[in-house]
Design a protein around this ligand. Structure first.
Ligand SMILES: [Zn+2]
Length: 743
């Protein structure tokens, strides 16, 4: 299930805006009343005697743990006379043992509060939402607190463990002296250790520190060479060079200083501004809702619920059109003890994507009650997925009313739309994992997958070089053999929409482009000097880089998913290509075998980019019908082994140097040649076929691992033999005169 939300700006006259704001304001003003009551119940302060107190306490607990949707009904148990516990007893996953006791009290008229008095002046849809949102606010806070408590406990345990180690105990004995020193030099406490000259002088004045682990209590003086190095250092580096030299000469002091630094950073944490007394993060606090300072947003129930929040929704037919709906709003101030409410028609200008949703009549079989078995017509929606080029079922739920400035200047509606994931193909469902009875090294049960006949897999060999996304191969599994169906280089590209060259084909920013901007920002930031706390620098450029990266990843992921689904309806002589049942990607965790040797682009950057891309693809593929059918395949050997015969081959490319064409061998070159069977191909094509082989027929890539086990010298020799075997043939094939140099 993916959730998409769409924003729409309300276009209305002044009076309607007043109604909208009043609804928001009254809602937020009334929330604290119920929140306070719930907190009181939770603390056990409600009720006349101990028995009632504990009863109300357990009621509040159940309400806060249950779904907030039912909060209104469950709160009735403590606020209306003659409450009936029937539904509460049937409530899913909960045993409300308090239900009968609560009903007894309710029949006697003993309440925590009187619903009529507290919420009676509000229309039904508002009082229901006040109850729901109160519970939601508190349970959200409880969740945060629980998380905090868990982390706090872990931190305390870690601290205790650290402090109990012998070596650390010795440091803790001396810690008092460190604290005394830090206090004696005055100034801001976080800066004290930063004054290295005072700190070093103090350390060298106390030779007994050097004996903290039982060594000699001597301070070793700096050598002459060290003194020269200090004198030579640039003024801004002088301190750090002096510090390094001092610690080099006195390793015992360094060890002690390391422990002190670690303890200060992790357990004292002076730099933290919001702290718990023991040094951990501040415990989450609860803020009462307020219409302008800390608002919660009102949610209008979807149509045909009780009570309805909005109705008669007309979505815009095309981008730019206005949509409209009728909302239940408070239309005036309190009159005769009640807030008047009415249906008010509101127009909105929506996100263009909202025009891709259309209402449809669905059918549903009634499961319960008198009309069981009958089919009923229902209202539902469909969403046009422009990437998959099809209408997909969608569910519109409540509409949220939001004031972005927290003032009645502008109002927005938030539509949330749930879109179920596309189903798996029938073949993909048939993949089985059978237990072999073996156990892996980690103690898990080893499983063997059984693939159904006719499974189609799509493997992508990722490469984020200039404009390209990777090389994809579509293969079918038949009787233990692989048939290659389709093979294509995937690239990201689009036509420029605006600017100086509309309709020009652009590859989009490549990694080099992004890397260039990253260098730029680094230089700019270093020139700017020390940043002011809480302030960001070069926001525009940083945003540009972020968007550029994100855009590139999304587009690249989309091309991969589109290829796997064949959304373009590409065809061969034998008809349309089938859609893939499974998607195979390289597993890039840990080592990136070939990127290590990749030129030009920073390795860390390339690694990070690949990981990011893989995450995007998985996310997108899940939505498009590959849920849990995206597999990450170990890429070891896939780019160096021949996909026809399994022998170790070599990658090469043809370069032009000194006006002569030459063959260059390497680990990341574009072409691939096999010395055993003579197979030559695009190296990425070969690698992606190998990914398919590894998944579909569990090829072991023996030749690669055999080679890998050799010593470094032997490995080199082996490669040289392969290269010399290939050289003649390749030169003849590419019509290159001999005498070329190999690298
Ligand atoms: Zn071969």
């Amino acid at each position: 299930m993916s959730v998409r939300s769409f924003q729409a700006r309300v276009e209305c006259d002044k009076q309607t805006m007043e109604h909208l704001w009043r609804t928001h304001k009254v809602f937020n003003e009334r929330l604290p009343e119920i929140i306070k009551i719930l907190f009181k119940m939770k603390r056990g302060e409600c009720g006349q005697n101990d028995k009632q107190k504990s009863l109300y306490k357990s009621i509040s607990q159940s309400i806060l743990e249950a779904n907030a949707q039912n909060a209104d009904y469950l709160l009735n148990s403590v606020s209306i006379k003659g409450w009936k516990p029937g539904t509460a007893k049937k409530y899913r996953n909960a045993s409300f043992t308090w239900a009968d006791d609560a009903a007894k009290l309710s029949s006697q008229g003993i309440h925590v509060y009187d619903k009529k008095q507290v919420l009676g002046d509000l229309p039904g849809m508002m009082s229901q939402m006040v109850c729901r949102q109160s519970v939601e606010a508190i349970s959200g806070h409880i969740e945060l607190t629980k998380k905090w408590e868990k982390e706090h406990n872990e931190w305390l345990k870690e601290k205790e463990k650290w402090e109990s180690e012998d070596e650390h105990k010795k440091y803790l004995d001396l810690r008092e002296k460190f604290e005394q020193f830090e206090q004696s030099i005055g100034g801001k406490i976080t800066k004290r250790r930063g004054r290295w000259h005072l700190y070093l002088k103090w350390l060298s004045d106390n030779p007994d520190f050097a004996a903290w682990r039982g060594n000699k209590a001597v301070i070793n003086p700096l050598s002459e060479k060290a003194q020269i190095r200090i004198n030579k250092a640039k003024p801004n580096k002088k301190n750090s060079v002096e510090r390094d030299e001092f610690f080099k000469a006195n390793p015992e002091m360094k060890a002690l200083d390391n422990l002190h630094g670690y303890y200060e950073r992790n357990f004292v944490r002076r730099r933290k501004t919001k702290k718990n007394p023991d040094g951990f993060d501040h415990k989450p606090t609860f803020t009462l809702p307020h219409p302008t300072i800390h608002p919660r947003w009102f949610v209008f129930n979807k149509p045909k619920t009780n009570p309805e929040g909005y109705r008669k929704l007309i979505l815009p037919k095309k981008a730019g059109d206005l949509g409209s709906l009728e909302m239940r709003l408070l239309t005036g101030e309190k009159n005769k003890g009640n807030y008047p409410d009415d249906w008010i028609s509101v127009k909105f200008k929506a996100d263009p994507r909202l025009s891709l949703i259309r209402p449809v009549k669905g059918r549903r079989v009634v499961r319960k009650g008198k009309e069981q078995g009958q089919t009923k017509e229902t209202d539902s929606y469909e969403f046009f997925d422009k990437h998959l080029k099809k209408w997909r079922p969608a569910k519109l739920s409540g509409v949220k009313l939001i004031f972005p400035d927290k003032t009645p200047k502008a109002a927005y509606l938030y539509f949330t739309c749930d879109i179920p994931d596309e189903p798996l193909t029938e073949t993909a469902k048939k993949i089985q994992w059978l237990e072999t009875g073996d156990v892996t090294k980690k103690g898990k049960k080893r499983k063997k997958k059984v693939l159904p006949h006719g499974l189609v897999s799509c493997a992508v060999d990722l490469s984020m070089r200039r404009g390209t996304t990777g090389f994809a191969t579509l293969c079918r599994y038949e009787n233990g053999k692989i048939h290659i169906l389709r093979s294509r280089n995937l690239w990201v590209g689009y036509k420029e929409g605006k600017g100086c060259h509309p309709y020009r084909w652009t590859e989009g920013p490549d990694l080099g482009h992004i890397a260039k901007h990253k260098r730029e920002i680094r230089i700019l930031r270093s020139k700017r000097g020390k940043p002011v706390k809480g302030e960001e620098s070069h926001i525009d450029l940083q945003k540009h880089i972020d968007y550029m990266g994100e855009d590139r990843f999304k587009k690249a992921a989309r091309t991969i998913v589109n290829f796997a689904l064949n959304t373009e309806n590409a065809a061969s002589k034998n008809g349309f290509y089938p859609r893939a049942d499974v998607l195979l990607l390289e597993n890039l965790e840990g080592l990136i075998p070939d990127a290590e040797k990749e030129r030009g682009i920073n390795r860390a950057l390339a690694g990070w980019n690949r990981r990011h891309l893989v995450e995007r693809v998985i996310e997108m593929a899940k939505d498009a019908g590959f849920k849990r059918r995206v597999f990450e395949i170990p890429p070891y050997g896939t780019s160096q082994v021949c996909s026809k015969c399994g022998a170790l081959g070599r990658r090469y490319s043809i370069i032009r140097e000194n006006n002569r064409r030459e063959i260059r061998f390497g680990y990341v070159e574009k072409l691939f040649a096999c010395p055993n069977c003579g197979y030559c191909a695009n190296a990425d094509h070969n690698a992606s076929v190998n990914l398919n082989r590894r998944f579909l027929i569990e090829d072991s890539f023996k030749s690669y691992y055999d080679w890998k086990r050799l010593s470094e010298k032997k490995q080199k020799e082996e490669i040289e033999t392969i290269e010399s075997k290939l050289m003649d043939k390749l030169c003849a094939m590419h019509k290159i005169s001999r005498g070329s140099i190999s690298k």
